[in-house]
Design a protein around this ligand. Structure first.
Ligand code: RB5
Length: 152
């Protein structure tokens, strides 16, 4: 069983709540970072909250839900040590753990039904990083530093 940080904005909160309940039923320890209702909020705040829990080791893995799963991933990936992946199918969910060592899964409530989201989340949790040839590639991702745009 894993300790999982979960977060969503107003466009993802209903799916997030369904998935949090499912994770708890399976026996996972979930830290719910909010949001808690349908009032409008800004998704970067929740993507950052989940990512920071993962980055400091307060959670092994993260779950982010917004309308598309894209904005939350963009925000979460700004936090060093976090590798957030937006996935909307079971195969991508499994492979991003196996190959990219993704530690945050991002889903879009406006794009997937609850059943597919649950299956993708279970595939993500059930897979492990393969290491081997993937390890130096992931290390290259982690070593990328923020840089100034190159002038044309
Ligand atoms: C909110 O309307 C929406 O923009 C947000 O949930 C997300 O889809 C952003 O990526």
């Amino acid at each position: 069983m894993a300790r999982i940080a979960a977060g969503a904005d107003h466009a993802g909160v209903q799916l997030k709540d369904v998935l949090v309940a499912h994770l708890r039923k399976l026996g996972h320890d979930v830290v719910d970072c909010g949001t808690d209702g349908l009032g409008r909020v800004d998704y970067p705040d929740y993507g950052e909250a989940v990512a920071r829990k993962v980055a400091v080791g307060e959670a092994e893995l993260g779950l982010c839900v917004c309308g598309t799963g894209i904005g939350m991933a963009m925000a979460a990936n700004k936090v060093p040590g976090v590798r957030a992946a937006t996935v909307h199918d079971v195969t991508s969910a499994r492979l991003t753990r196996r190959h990219n060592d993704a530690n945050v899964i991002c889903l879009g409530e406006r794009l997937v039904g609850a059943e597919l989201a649950r299956d993708a989340l279970e595939a993500f949790l059930g897979a492990t990083f393969e290491g081997g040839r993937h390890a130096p590639r992931v290390a290259k991702i982690d070593s990328l530093l923020p840089s100034e745009p190159i002038a044309q």
